[in-house]
Ligand binder design. Structure first.
Ligand code: SF4
Length: 329
């Protein structure tokens, strides 16, 4: 094997060899994922939106159910927002669902059902940023637009041996992109980052581009990870005759507006034990979530919801997690 190489950007990088090796590896080793079965633009779009900040395993579960409820962009555009949020429930980051719903309306009611077929037009849809536009344009429409997400960024850092930033990353990704198979190339880069060139302990010996890589391992960190905060939070679980008491978040709440959750309550001042305690993390905060069985006062604000209906309710991810842990759903 040749010695490690230090690259000055990507201008002298052997991109043809890189593309050939990466795509040959992808053709053999790619994971069979449901959204890779079809290049239908609606399905590609849905998978790309769901995969933002969400693990593949969690997305697979919701992807099928969402398509069962809204099999076409037309059906999604015609749906009530509450139904869309209910189908999204458990995936978190509900703004994605709202934006996708709004974009479906634009496609159906303003563009006569025609899906934008290039990255520039795609970026004009609500909730479609530079990454998502490039992913849809390349995968569904074969347009030569490179993607940069966390996985691609890490691969680019390591193969170049440099901490590229901002526009440098997009330039490098576009420089390497295989214009004949842009969708496969983009997915191959992301697949390499997700399965081989992982954040910790990359399996370089299994890597198809090891001979071209400047780092062959983790690139030394330049910044410390954000410190995690700890918080305690208490919820009341009120049940009666097959119903659960839920409250709705304010429509102008900065997080998850309009979604349904269990009522929060004060920490009890006696030494009693909660019914259950679970962990929940949001960005840099780790919550210890204590759930208390309660009997709601008769005039308590909220809505009694039958357990059978809970599937159709736009629950917050944490509410769903609690109800699952309490074996209510
Ligand atoms: Fe990543 Fe290692 Fe492959 Fe380099 S050789 S791209 S560090 S997996």
């Amino acid at each position: 094997m040749k010695p490690l190489r230090k690259l000055d950007g990507f201008s002298n990088f052997p991109k043809l060899a890189f593309r050939r090796r990466l795509l040959a590896w992808y053709d053999v080793h790619r994971r069979e994922l449901p959204w890779r079965v079809s290049r239908d633009s609606y399905r590609v779009w849905l998978s790309e939106i769901m995969l933002q900040q969400t693990r593949v395993a969690a997305v697979i579960e919701h992807y099928h159910e969402f398509l069962r409820r809204f099999p076409t962009v037309k059906r999604l555009a015609a749906a009530r927002e509450a139904s869309v949020l209910a189908a999204w429930s458990g995936l978190g980051y509900y703004r994605r669902a709202r934006m996708m719903h709004a974009a479906a309306k634009v496609i159906v009611y303003e563009r006569g059902g025609n899906f934008p077929a290039n990255a520039e037009e795609l970026q004009m849809l609500p909730g479609v940023g530079r990454y998502t536009a490039a992913a849809i344009a390349s995968i569904a429409f074969d347009k030569p637009a490179a993607v940069v997400d966390g996985n691609v960024e890490r691969v680019l850092h390591r193969i170049s041996g440099k901490r590229l930033a901002g526009e440098e990353l997009w330039t490098a990704a576009n420089h390497l992109l295989d214009a004949k198979r842009p969708g496969d190339f983009n997915q191959a880069m992301m697949e390499l980052g997700a399965t081989v060139c992982t954040p910790r302990m990359p399996t370089c010996l299994m890597c198809p581009v090891i001979k071209l890589c400047a780092t062959r391992g983790e690139l030394a960190a330049t910044s410390k990870p954000m410190p995690q905060k700890k918080r305690e939070i208490h919820y009341a679980l009120n049940c009666r005759n097959g119903e659960v008491l839920l409250v709705q978040r304010a429509p102008d709440a900065s997080l998850m507006p309009g979604m349904w959750e269990l009522p929060q309550r004060q920490s009890p001042d006696n030494a009693s034990q909660p019914q259950l305690t679970l962990r929940h993390s949001i960005t840099t905060t780790n919550y210890a979530v204590h759930v208390w069985r309660s009997i709601a006062p008769p005039r308590r604000l909220g809505k009694w919801t039958s357990v059978e209906r809970l599937k159709q309710v736009a629950l917050t991810g944490l509410a769903r997690k609690i109800l699952l842990a309490a074996e209510i759903i």
